[in-house]
Ligand binder design. Structure first.
Ligand code: FMN
Length: 329
């Protein structure tokens, strides 16, 4: 049994899995490995750094990959969109912020447009912008996001799209890390899934070894929604969006005391400590974005193995799903 969906047909891929464009983490090697394993990999353009992006596109060889941007940050460096478009990406993803004018530029270039949505209102905006694919991102997700749960947001957007834009595809994201998650997402009506946290623990991700140790040691209770990491880095995120990260010593120390951290002298001193620990891969002294799925992650094999396992387990579950139907009494 193969998991053939509208997504696999439209993108001519084997499995209905995209890897998430995780800033600092999803470089060219992870994106290429995902595509070579039968999914579609997205490079994490993050806040935007031309040198980094050029290097990571250079790492993909002849694999077909896409790229994702944090939209409000892209607005400050719009030239990065041209850099990505010049690489003939398989898709471009916009998350967090006003979609115009980038959506039109991407559509005009004939590149599939993916928009990540945290609410139904975001999904409506994505349809208005001409999105080919919408990602319903639940608050379980690692990294930045909203508060809606994947389990309700996904089918609600599925229902909305069925009436408003039946050709627009939907991916579920947030908390999907194994075959159960993929099977559940497909049962909710999604055309596929976008996976971040699970692939952050893979051989090709740019995850520092110290972060990986912390990830493998944590369970799903170990993450928090926080603004501490944005405050210390002086990143000005839109309201309603916060990050989900491991509750490291640094995060716990400032959680609920963000105003004190934002005091200029404190912030400058803490930022220096934060970035030093970040560069050294010392998880406890810095911020490690990670989703609730961390409790389902116990190893860090090559991405191809992660994907094969997820797909194999989902196929097995779905082909046996009849076994769960209650027998008539
Ligand atoms: C370390 C990390 C960094 C992320 N960075 C970005 C980013 O730069 N842009 C973005 O659109 N999403 C980012 N995300 C969110 C993902 O796109 C995706 O929504 C999320 O990983 C899905 O949930 P999961 O982590 O439970 O798989 C990030 C996620 C993680 C774990």
């Amino acid at each position: 049994m193969a998991l053939r969906t509208r997504l696999t047909d439209r993108f001519k891929i084997e499995h209905p899995i995209f890897s998430a464009p995780m800033g600092f983490i999803a470089g060219g090697r992870l994106a290429a490995a995902t595509s070579q394993a039968g999914g579609l990999g997205l490079i994490g353009g993050g806040y935007g750094d031309a040198e980094w992006l050029t290097r990571e596109f250079g790492e993909v060889g002849n694999a077909r990959v896409g790229c994702g941007f944090i939209t409000w940050s892209l607005a400050r460096r719009p030239e990065l969109l041209d850099l990505a478009l010049a690489r003939a990406p398989a898709a471009l993803m916009l998350s967090f912020g006003a979609l115009a004018p980038f959506a039109q530029t991407i559509k005009r270039a004939g590149v599939p447009l993916i928009c990540q949505a945290q609410t139904l209102a975001h999904a409506r905006e994505a349809v208005a912008a001409g999105a080919d694919v919408i990602v319903a991102q639940g608050g379980e997700a690692g990294g930045h996001g909203g508060t809606r749960a994947t389990l309700t947001l996904t089918p609600e957007i599925v229902d909305y799209l069925a009436g408003a834009a039946p050709d627009t595809l939907l991916l579920a994201a947030g908390g999907i890390a194994d075959g159960r998650g993929l099977a559940a997402a497909l049962m909710l009506g999604a055309d596929g899934v976008l996976i971040g946290s699970r692939l952050m623990a893979s051989a090709e991700a740019l995850t520092p070894p110290g972060f990986l140790d912390a990830i493998l040691a944590a369970d799903g209770d170990a993450t928090v929604k926080t603004k501490v990491i944005d405050v210390v880095r002086s990143y000005d995120w839109p309201s309603g969006i916060s990050g989900r990260a491991l509750n490291t010593r640094f995060v716990a120390e400032w959680q609920g005391r963000e105003n004190a951290l934002a005091e200029p002298a404190t912030r400058a001193a803490e930022a220096e400590r934060y970035w030093r620990a970040f560069r050294a891969g010392e998880a406890e002294g810095t911020g490690v974005f990670m989703g609730e799925a961390v409790g389902l992650i116990h190893d860090a094999p090559p991405a191809a193995r992660v994907i094969a396992r997820i797909v194999g387990d989902a196929e097995h579950l779905l082909s046996n799903a009849g076994g769960f139907v209650a027998a008539p009494i």
